[in-house]
Design a protein around this ligand. Sequence first.
Ligand code: UDP
Length: 240
Amino acid sequence: MSETGNFIRGLRWHIGDLDSATSKITNFLNDKKTNHIITANMEILSMAFKSKELKELCANADMHIPDGIGAVKLLKKLGFSKTKRIPGIELCLEALKKMPEGTKIYLFGAREGIARKALENLSLQFLHLVFVGSHEGFGYEDSKLVKEINNSGAQVLLVALGVPKQELWIAKNKGKLNDVRVAIGVGGSFDVWAGDVNRAPRFFQKTNLEWAWRIFSQPARLPKFLMTIAGFLPVYLRAK
Ligand code: UDP
């Protein structure tokens, strides 16, 4: 056992399949508080060891989903042999599919027009849900936005600001969100749902090479990716 291993083990991991993960998430709708779900990848896990704020935030989140092959390998190394990778984007879509009729959803994040377009597309796909509003992820004011989300009656908040902005925003504001029961950071998902960016072809998804596709299709991501690997490797090696 190591301190790194103990911290990772102590998080509220969902070890299981997509179906059981989405059942837990729909159950959160009956809670009295805002549940923060982290789709944990190499980036957030390595950042947590460099920032006290992020470490605390991770420890206080209500559910951690192994999103990404790095998180899966780390958990398996720590003895969670049944860990399955659940990509955040799939988790969200499956959870939305399962939510009860009339559940209210709010989308916050991404560039101008993207959240609105994603909202339009999702509302055509999930006719049983009510998409109550959206806001872009640049030039917002927290207090105004919280008010808007509260006025909308949103129960589910999808936040697409990238890692770790989205996690920090949820942690900072979750105590002020009146009806929100589920808040998830969804990274670049709005760009995909809006039709602005393509998800990796099936082959890359199935072979856990989605990261390679993202770098291939957006080479500007390479330096960030290399930094992430460099930050994650020591965490992986230290974890016992
Ligand atoms: N984004 C945003 N506000 C910001 C930074 C990023 O709304 O201040 C959005 C960005 O437009 C994209 C999403 O966050 O839709 C994810 O960004 P990125 O791809 O950089 O994050 P990653 O998927 O690498 O976590």
